[in-house]
Every structure is written in structure tokens, then in C-alpha cells.
Design a protein around this ligand. Structure first.
Ligand code: CS2
Length: 491
């Protein structure tokens, strides 16, 4: 079978959407760090619409900070790839051409820096996941002991971390009198613009106080709320795409039909008209971010840990089991919604109902194990912030505590019947060591409270938190996740 490329585009079925602009005339205006599936199914698709609208100044150069796999898949395809939009009833396919170049940072950091420092580059965007910010999740401060940060401070011209790349490129622009690019975080972090600003400004100041002042005074870091469910691609997905397209795509991406992007409109160096692609530009993104992180991601993580422990491979499988949908619905409505700022005119009940529906999408096959990754980085903004607000208001949070308790069991590395779990988390080894000989709920909670970088100094000293999590954990340890959800879900 032929490979997807510029030359095989004309052989695709007429129903497949293809780039409608002259790709050879497009220029790189955006350098994107973190060339994963999410970026390719979200920002790149919105940018594709801008290019199709005739503004060819906003092509993307995608940078992988670690592995060459995506570049190796895309290069023989002239950068083209498929987005398979998988709905409950039908699939739609689109070929995206917005990624004009792909680079692998460890192979040639200089090439990445040169592109970031080029006059045409006006935005550097990021999807590097929570841990890519090298911050302390509980406080948002730069983790100055992080191995990558230590390296990048010692060798600024050959950075390894996204933070090191941003600061070195900004410094190069400053030295030649070029205006800085706008830094656009597209990760699921609270106030992601402010979070990245804080770590970048601190890193720059550690390198040189003048550079620190420049970054603080001159660089814009708009916040964004990003949303689209994009499971990791499997070989079965590749086969599905090959069958539908009649050509092979080494790395297509799978996505749900829903896509949302709310962006703070602060781009001193200019920006694409992403609103033409459905993005919403607002003065203050934070209420949207909080809503999405707490309702969607908070439920997603709860579902992932409980669902995994109960033996469900995918989100849709868990949603079909007794009690899960009811548990999430009640958790969102009773425990999370009252903590959210009001968004005038926004239909929160409709948003919650849509989330349940999205999680039920049977075509996506989103693995609970995938969402369970990096819990130590995700829990603070997904569940713990909400719990803090509930505590402050003197309100109960039993379902949120159940999510935290399920994570505590998951992160020990041992599932319900003693089977080993492949825990992916920067703190995985430390969690395993700290919980190794702990059998009771009390002992486990005590072990996890030794991680203030996750729980902060406050929650570990909060008796109501300890009590609620210990109770949830004791329940899970005695009757298991499936029964607990069945009972709590109100059956
Ligand atoms: C998920 C998110 O993997 C995860 O942790 O909760 O990636 C989720 O699918 C997206 O945030 C949806 O926008």
C-alpha cells in the first residue's frame, strides 16, 4: 500500500478533507514544543483552517523534545497526517498540512533555537504535559533541583527542557533587538499562562538578572483552556485509517468530534485568526480553565483510577458499568460546580451532561491507564484545589476523596488482586517505596502525606481531609472499586 504524502493526496476518497491551500507558499510563524497527538488534533487543526482561509504566515514547525518517532513518521509523508474524528455513529477523516517541518530537539538543539529566534516566528506554543514545566505542582514554582533545569542553567546554549529552550531563544532575540515571541501554553494547568510565565521568568533571572527583567517586562504569556479528547494511537487505529484512506499513515491521530479552545487575547507580536476555526478569545480565561480542569479532568482522573482498579480498560467501558456515570454526575453537580466562578450565560448543566456523553463515546477507546499517568502532577489542579475550596466552605467532598483514595491505591503499583500496575509518574519509585509495607488505610494515608509536593503543607495537616480520604480508602480496600462505585453511585 502507498504511503500518505503530497503525491498520494489526489488518490484519497473524495469524502476526505485535504489541505486546500498551497503548502509550498506557507511560512513558519509558530514553533510548537511537544509534537504529540493532542497538538496535532487540536491547535494544528485550528491553524489548518487559518491557512485554508488564505493567511499563509502561520505554518507550524513542530518540535519533539525527546524521541524522534513522530518526526520519523511524518517526514516521509511530507509532514501530512490524518485526523480521524470518531463519533458514536460515524468516523470522519481529514488530512492536515499545517505542520511544515518537524524537528527532534536532542538531535539538533541549535536548529530548534535558530527557528525560535527567527524573525518570522511570532508564537512559541507548548504541549509538554504537566511535568514538562519543571515546576512544583503544589506551588507552581520552578523546581530548581530538577535535573533538566540544573543542566540548562549550566549549559544554556544546549538546552534540554522546554523552559531552557524558551529562555535561550528569547535571549538570542533580545541580543539582536528582535521583538520576543508570545509564549502560548496549551497544557492542562491552572492559569497555564501564569504558570509558564512564573517558571520562565525565574529561570531567566537565575541565568542573568537583566534577562530576567526583560522576560518579565516584555514577554506575553496568554492563558488558554484547551479541550479535545485524543487517545494515544494504536495499531488498530492505523489499520482503520489505511482501510478508509487506501494509503498508509504511520502516525494518524484519533479524536472525538468535540473541540474547544478559549484563549486570552494578548499577542503583542500578532496571531492567527483562530476565531475563524472556532476558538474563543476572551479577556480572562481562568473561569473557563477552572471549569474544565475541575469538571472534565477531575472526573476523568477519578474515572481512570476507579475504572482501572475495577478492571475496565477504557473510559467507555467504565462508563457502561453500574454506578460510574451516576457517581460522576453527582460529583460534578454537588461537589465541584459550587466551587466554580460564575460564567454569565454559560449553561453548566448542559456542559456536565455533554461531558458524560463524551466519556461514553464507544468509538474512542481511551485507556484508563493513559489518563492515570502522572497523577502526582495532575491531582493538585484536578481534585485537590476543589477539595481545598470545599474545606474552606465547610462542605463535604466524599466523592472527590474517593478519587484521591483510588489514586493512592493505584500509585502503590498493586491492583486489587495484587497484580502489578505499570505506574508512570515522575514519583512512581518513591510512591512504591513509601507504601511497600503499608496494608491499612491509615498507614497508606500517612505514607502519602509524606509528599507535600503533591498535597501542599496545608492538606496534610487538615484532619477533615485525612479523615475523608482514610474512610474512602478503607472502603475501597475492603469491598473493591466496582462495588464501591456501585454503592456510591446510588444503586
Ligand atoms: C486526560 C486529558 O489524559 C488525561 O489526563 O484527562 O488528556 C483529557 O483527555 C483532555 O484534557 C481533554 O481535553
Amino acid at each position: 500500500m502507498n504511503r500518505l504524502s503530497e503525491t498520494t493526496l489526489s488518490t484519497l476518497p473524495a469524502s476526505v478533507r485535504k489541505p486546500s491551500y498551497e503548502r509550498s507558499k506557507a511560512r513558519v510563524g509558530i514553533v510548537h514544543l511537544g509534537l504529540g497527538a493532542f497538538h496535532r488534533a487540536h491547535q494544528a487543526v485550528m491553524t489548518e483552517r487559518v491557512l485554508a482561509g488564505g493567511d499563509l504566515a502561520w505554518g507550524i514547525a513542530g518540535v519533539s523534545l525527546r524521541s524522534p518517532e513522530t518526526r520519523d513518521a511524518l517526514a516521509p509523508q511530507d509532514g501530512l497526517y490524518t485526523v480521524a474524528v470518531r463519533g458514536a455513529e460515524e468516523d470522519r477523516f481529514e488530512i492536515v498540512g499545517a505542520i511544515l517541518q518537524s524537528l527532534v530537539a536532542p538531535e539538533d538543539p541549535e536548529a530548534v533555537l535558530a527557528l525560535m529566534a527567527a524573525p518570522d516566528t511570532r508564537i512559541v506554543s507548548l504541549t509538554v504535559t504537566e511535568k514538562g514545566y519543571c515546576h512544583k505542582p503544589a506551588t507552581g514554582e520552578l523546581d530548581e533541583a530538577h535535573a533538566g533545569i540544573v543542566h540548562d542553567l549550566a549549559e544554556p546554549a544546549r538546552p534540554q527542557t522546554a523552559i531552557g529552550f524558551l529562555v535561550e531563544a528569547l535571549d538570542r532575540r533580545r541580543r539582536v533587538g528582535l521583538a520576543p515571541f508570545t509564549v502560548l501554553s496549551c497544557d492542562n494547568l491552572p492559569s497555564n499562562g501564569r504558570t509558564v510565565a512564573k517558571v520562565v521568568q525565574r529561570f531567566a533571572a537565575l541565568r542573568d538578572p537583566e534577562l530576567g527583567a526583560f522576560v518579565t517586562d516584555k514577554v506575553a504569556f496568554p492563558s488558554t483552556m484547551v479541550d479535545r479528547i485524543v487517545p494515544a494511537t494504536t495499531d488498530a487505529d492505523r489499520a482503520l485509517v489505511a482501510e478508509a484512506l487506501g494509503v498508509e499513515d504511520a502516525w494518524p491521530v484519533m479524536a472525538e468530534p468535540f473541540s474547544q479552545w478559549v484563549v486570552e487575547d494578548r499577542f503583542p507580536a500578532g496571531r492567527p485568526a483562530w476565531e475563524r476555526a472556532g476558538a474563543t478569545f476572551v479577556g480572562d480565561v481562568e473561569p473557563f480553565e477552572l471549569m474544565k480542569l475541575r469538571l472534565l479532568n477531575g472526573s476523568h482522573s477519578t474515572l481512570a483510577y476507579l475504572g482501572y482498579l475495577a478492571g475496565h480498560e477504557t473510559v467507555a467501558d467504565a462508563m457502561a458499568a453500574p454506578g460510574f456515570a451516576e457517581l460522576l454526575e453527582a460529583m460534578m453537580r454537588e461537589e465541584i460546580t459550587p466551587t466554580l466562578p460564575t460564567l454569565p450565560g454559560f449553561d453548566l448543566a448542559g456542559y456536565r451532561a455533554a461531558l458524560i456523553h463524551r466519556f461514553q463515546n464507544p468509538a474512542l477507546r481511551h485507556r484508563t491507564w493513559q489518563i492515570a499517568m502522572d497523577g502526582s502532577q495532575k491531582l493538585p489542579q484536578r481534585l485537590l484545589g476543589t477539595i481545598r475550596d470545599r474545606l474552606r466552605a465547610g462542605q463535604s467532598f466524599d466523592r472527590l476523596a474517593l478519587g484521591v483514595a483510588a489514586w493512592m491505591i493505584y500509585a502503590t503499583g498493586h491492583g486489587e488482586h495484587g497484580h502489578a500496575i505499570d505506574v508512570r509518574d515522575p514519583l512512581a519509585q518513591r510512591f512504591a517505596a513509601a507504601t511497600a509495607d503499608k496494608r491499612t488505610a491509615e498507614a497508606l494515608v500517612e505514607a502519602y502525606f509524606g509528599f507535600p509536593e503533591v498535597f501542599g503543607a496545608d492538606l496534610t495537616h487538615e484532619p477533615r481531609f485525612r479523615e475523608a480520604v482514610t474512610r474512602a480508602l478503607a472502603g475501597l480496600l475492603s469491598i473493591g472499586a466496582a462495588h464501591t462505585v456501585f454503592e456510591v453511585g446510588g444503586h
